[in-house]
Design a protein around this ligand. Structure first.
Ligand SMILES: [Zn+2]
Length: 222
């Protein structure tokens, strides 16, 4: 069908930062299997979530998560890029914080195969404002400071039903949530953000479907 580029997404159960040995082993098994599938199918990009370090502390969680990623990169053998997606944060979460994601990426230090996917709804939920020009610049500066803007190679474009810093992960149609139209207008017209692919993960309901949200985004683009 000529669709390019293609991104696969890890399933929702694995917890790559788990402090529970059994859950950790199952998570690694699933993670490795999904990367193998990407290799077989020729899918060059694989998006992963952070994880919860429940039962341990942040440092232990980071250590476990980095170990998981290194295992994944070994399975990938440079065939599949791994993208860490930010989460909406909250208790025991690692990837709600851009600082943590930056630490992980810098520690592994392989920008060719380990990159960053920014989900606008998750970012907003974990306290990174995106509602107007100044707040988008500030959030972009955070990305630049922590992992470098060039490591950002994918956007998940979703508006947010939750408030800023609410740690809520509830996606809303573009422009109808708390980020709002102005925030998306700024982002879609920003040079460093519009040069990379965007994927919408917005709801499908009686108000809009995927095509409607894409049309809406295109209307905001100057
Ligand atoms: Zn997402």
């Amino acid at each position: 069908m000529g669709i390019h580029p293609i991104y696969a997404h890890i399933s929702y159960l694995p917890n790559l930062a788990s402090q529970n040995q059994e859950i950790y082993e199952k998570s690694i098994e699933c993670f490795s299997l999904e990367i193998e599938r990407c290799k077989i199918l020729g899918i060059p990009n694989f998006v992963v979530h952070g994880g919860s370090y429940k039962g341990g502390n942040l440092e232990q969680g980071l250590k476990t998560y980095i170990k998981s990623l290194l295992t994944g990169l070994e399975v990938s053998n440079d065939k599949v890029k791994i993208l860490i997606e930010n989460s909406s944060g909250g208790k025991n979460s690692i990837t709600g914080s851009l600082e943590n994601i930056g630490r992980i990426m810098n520690e592994i230090g392989d920008p060719e195969v380990l990159q960053f996917c920014f989900d606008t709804c998750h970012g907003f939920g974990s306290g990174y404002d995106l509602r107007d020009f100044d707040s988008v610049q500030k959030t972009k500066n955070e990305i630049e400071h922590n992992m470098g803007i060039n490591s950002l190679t994918l956007i998940h474009a979703n508006d947010s039903l939750g408030e800023l810093n609410s740690f809520r992960d509830r996606h809303e149609h573009i422009g109808l949530g708390n980020i709002g139209e102005e925030g998306f207008r700024v982002m879609i017209n920003d040079k460093s953000l519009r040069r990379i692919p965007w994927i919408i993960e917005t709801p499908v309901d009686e108000r809009r479907n995927d095509k409607d949200n894409l049309t809406y985004l295109r209307l905001l683009r100057k």
